[in-house]
Design a protein around this ligand. Sequence first.
Ligand SMILES: *Cc1c(COP(=O)(O)O)cnc(C)c1O
Length: 482
Amino acid sequence: MNYISTRGAGIGERHTFSDILLGGLAKDGGLYLPNEYPKVSADELARWRALPYADLAFEILRKFSDDIPDEDLRELTRRTYTAQVYCNVRDEENAAQITPLKTLGVEGGTPLSLLELSNGPTLAFKDMAMQLLGNLFEYTLAKHGQTLNILGATSGDTGSAAEYAMRGKKGIRVFMLSPHKKMSAFQTAQMYSLQDPNIFNIAIEGVFDDCQDIVKAVSNDHAFKAQQKIGTVNSINWARVVAQVVYYFKGYFAATKSNDERVSFTVPSGNFGNVCAGHIARMMGLPVEKLVVATNENDVLDEFFRTGIYRVRKSSETYHTSSPSMDISKASNFERFVFDLLGRDPKRVLQLFRDVEEKGGFDLQASGDFARVQEFGFVSGRSSHDDRVDTIRDVFEQYDTMIDTHTADGVKVAREHLQAGIPMIVLETAQPIKFGETIREALEREPERPAAFSGIEDLPQRFEVLGNDAERVKAFVAERTR
Ligand SMILES: *Cc1c(COP(=O)(O)O)cnc(C)c1O
């Protein structure tokens, strides 16, 4: 399999899965995609139905990573997707399924279910891909005798998923910036209680945007970046996207009895990484009827799928909401879908994303391209804080099930797109404990806390406070990589 950039660089060159694993953007600023999507045959789909999660992951990933020997990949997936790692389940007996399907009830003539993706170590779906990435990175670095220093900024979710995936991994250090005293006690404890010597929590005296600016400043110092072997694990990483394809298959098998049936998925979305994986599963041949994109008040994506207009927001127009992991101003993986929508024409993608940089967006309504969105199964909707609170309360009262704010955005929008006879699967992207404030507002009770997390706020914490200064961060990194 060869990988190409959505903007056309490297056509005629060879990029394998391992080549692009540790990198970010392609050199022309585009995103990597396979030169064509592998197709799943009816025989394969029939055989895969019975596979445990780790082996299903192996079958799917091997279609995208033919430069990793099968026996190595099988070992990596079996080590990653274990009941021990994904142990924070609602029902103990479901742990072996890794992503259990929880049916809420029948609505609009069809079952409405949650696909539990947040049973991993940080209680959010990012663990599904990040845990694999940790093992893939360690494997690939060892093979080439290399090391990597991951630098990132986080306001909570992504940073902790990265730390829990990379802790104790050989050849890898993580330097994670977070805003000092700005995260919830639970999130702070989750990250800062890690004692692994290869994990460095840096609390910056500033806000999240300051942390992000420091990461940008350090990354723009190309000499420093090369010398210190600095890398990132952001949501455009191809391996993260492809690892997420697996649970669409798993969810499909759990919700259906035969491969003649179709299902729809609703995906609480921010950077379009999760639902992009659903799009890829569908392109591979999974019988998916609709891919429902759910946003919060930051509705860049909902606006596009309703109107054909993609208009990125300024930071002053980006709201801080009670589903904060979906608070985005632009959707960094969206370009991958646009590439497919435009019939894989890199020249037009380049032009459109130049327009994004120069004019703040583009309009596909006039050109007629937008009409094709339907062929790809996409529809959308948005939700507000009041919708989240109502939905959390309603799902708790009707189905005795506590859901988090992001999943609530999903359920709210899913209910607007139910079709009789087509099971609707909402991806559950986090557990309620991570967003306790809104749970208390909706239910006037404390969120459920998985046993492994009792008292984590009292554990000793390991972190370093630094001023809001990129040079200080560089010096900190340099001292620890000598
Ligand atoms: C990251 C995240 C999302 C958004 O996922 P994207 O892949 O960025 O669209 C939704 N919910 C939760 C809880 C998240 O952490």
